[in-house]
Design a binder for this molecule. Structure first.
Ligand code: GLC
Length: 544
């Protein structure tokens, strides 16, 4: 089963503009990825998820698609893509495309036609409504955009008429109540499946179906006003069931859903005959005024989402801060902490997702200034808060916290100029992380104890171990900051312990008392200490 393949082997996300630049324009490209397939293979990676590579004005870094059937020239050509398909296939690797169909770019021909001619059939591809009030000056409802401010934009040259955009005004929402939209998206998916891609990571898929356009109740930073009218609606489930049956199943593909705003109970409804797995968001939020997630919160969230038949387990992606500093504290034990997180992803039930650079412990780019930022969220939030006279330090804190630059710095392969990402003397599209001289692939290749080599060890253990990759999970009682669980498959039993904190902890009795255990993996090199778990220590035992 395809889901089992993902559970066993995991998925590696590539953010193409920041992965590897082969043509020397400072932006990563498909040829760059091609040149790094040996590296990816050496990590044990079998499935690559590519963030969008389609033509796009890049308002939202490609999550605003202007043509679903082509490749953005900054990333190369369709020939490059076909080559990448061929080379990955040869290596037994698979490619998952990002599919962004909650909205298109405002430069997409459908939208241009819809704007140009109100009687065009493309008008109903989007959600246009007249404003309220005598002069229609008030937007059709009170919904706010995930990117702040009203979710409606007045149509240029059509006074009093608005279109809906849950993200930026350059990302008009599609109208999924229109069957023609369904048929068009189906064609897009079939086109890429016919090219041999393995499936799709479906962007903000939980919100494609707008049940009603009534005013919303209260909103918050993580729940825009109005979201109760479009998150996880029946119509969305029906669409996913149909797409799965008509496009994905006939070709043995996979569907991975980004389920923004969905709680754990709603999440369950998406699995089975809709998505293979999904990303929830509870794991991303340490709390409004925190940068670091408390170990006990991490434990609670991890345990509760393991309830799902197949959760998408992740700590990092292109929208989130890096894990070091967020789930483990920066400082003397950060390396052990980063190792612990990788081992955790490789031990939990579900599908492990890794983000480029996570394997070497890349850190947030903390000193990137607002003027060097390419992220719409950071810019919009700053502008929005200015309108409310929020004091500068708080504004900076919030735009930093919700801004998404930190994990988008170019990948660091070497210490040399260009860091193996691009040629020497070339300005990368986004500044290199200030730590790239120290934290890069080449440095860690040489070090037996590096995170990179530990990553290989963890992934290879999971891949060869049915209990860890496919077994059931059973949590055992333990210290509030220690995660203790069994993975069970047939006769096979693994006992896993993770100290989520940087404090020393007592080794749980179940470990001390068991004398039929063998240690399969640990993130400390010295002999395990019987009575204490060191900061961020993790151990995986085979138990007979
Ligand atoms: C998803 C993407 C994010 C994008 C948003 C709108 O959350 O991961 O990068 O900005 O959708 O498409």
């Amino acid at each position: 089963m395809e889901r089992d393949f993902l559970c066993r082997y995991g998925v590696y996300q590539i953010y193409p503009i920041s992965f590897c630049d082969a043509d020397g324009d400072g932006k990563g490209d498909l040829k760059g990825i091609l040149g790094k397939l040996d590296y990816l293979q050496s990590l044990g990676i079998r499935t690559l998820w590519l963030s969008p590579v389609y033509p796009s004005p890049m308002w939202d870094m490609g999550y605003d698609i202007a043509d679903y059937f082509n490749i953005n020239p900054i990333f190369g050509t369709m020939d490059d893509f076909d080559r990448l398909m061929e080379e990955t296939k040869k290596r037994g690797m698979r490619i998952v495309m990002d599919l962004v169909v909650n909205h298109t770019s405002d430069r997409h021909p459908w939208f241009l036609k819809a704007l140009g001619d109100p009687s065009s059939p493309y008008r109903d591809y989007y959600i246009f409504r007249p404003g309220k009030g005598k002069e229609r000056k008030t937007p059709p409802n009170n919904w706010t955009s995930t990117f702040f401010g009203s979710a409606w934009k007045e149509v240029p040259n059509e006074k009093g008429m608005y279109y809906l955009h849950l993200y930026s005004e350059h990302q008009p929402d599609l109208n999924w109540k229109n069957e023609a939209v369904y048929q068009s998206v189906k064609k897009i998916m079939e086109y890429w499946m016919d090219k041999g891609v393995y499936g799709f990571r479906c962007d903000v898929i939980s919100e494609i179906y707008k049940d009603s356009l009534e005013d919303g109740k209260k909103g918050s930073l993580s729940k825009p006003i109005g979201s109760e009218h479009y998150i996880a609606k029946r119509g969305c489930h029906q669409i996913l069931k149909r797409l799965r049956k008509e496009v994905i199943e006939p070709q043995n593909g996979v569907l991975i859903g980004e389920c923004y705003g969905v709680d754990r109970n709603q999440a369950k409804d998406f699995l089975g005959d809709e998505l293979d797995t999904l990303f929830g968001f509870e794991i991303t939020d340490p709390g409004l005024l925190r940068r670091h997630m408390r170990p006990k919160d991490l434990k609670r969230i991890l345990i509760s989402w393991q309830d799902l038949s197949c959760n998408g387990n992740y700590f990092e992606n292109h929208d989130q801060h890096r894990a070091i500093g967020k789930y483990v504290r920066e400082g003397p034990f950060e390396k052990e902490g980063a190792k612990m997180l990788i081992a955790l992803l490789c031990s939990l039930k579900g599908i492990p997702f890794f983000y480029q650079g996570e394997e070497i412990g890349m850190k947030d780019y903390r000193s990137l200034s607002l003027s060097d930022s390419h992220d719409v969220v950071r810019k919009f939030l700053d502008a929005f808060l200015k309108g409310y006279f929020v004091p500068k330090p708080l504004r900076e804190y919030l735009s930093r916290k919700y801004g998404r630059d930190d994990a988008r710095a170019p990948m660091a392969f070497t210490s040399q100029e260009g860091h193996g990402f691009t040629k020497p003397n070339v300005q990368p599209w986004q500044k290199f992380n200030e730590l790239s001289d120290r934290i890069n692939v080449a440095v860690q290749e040489k070090d037996e104890t590096s995170l990179l080599n530990f990553f290989r060890q963890c992934l290879s253990l999971r891949q060869s171990d049915d209990a860890l990759s496919l077994g059931n999970i059973h949590f055992l009682k333990s210290d509030p900051e220690v995660l203790l669980f069994l993975r069970l498959k047939g006769e096979e039993k693994r006992l896993c312990v993770f100290n989520l904190s940087e404090k020393e902890k007592v080794v749980p009795d179940v470990i001390i008392e068991n004398n039929t255990k063998t240690l399969l993996l640990s993130n400390y090199y010295q002999k395990e200490i019987e009575e204490s778990l060191l900061p961020y220590e993790c151990r995986i035992y085979k138990v007979v």
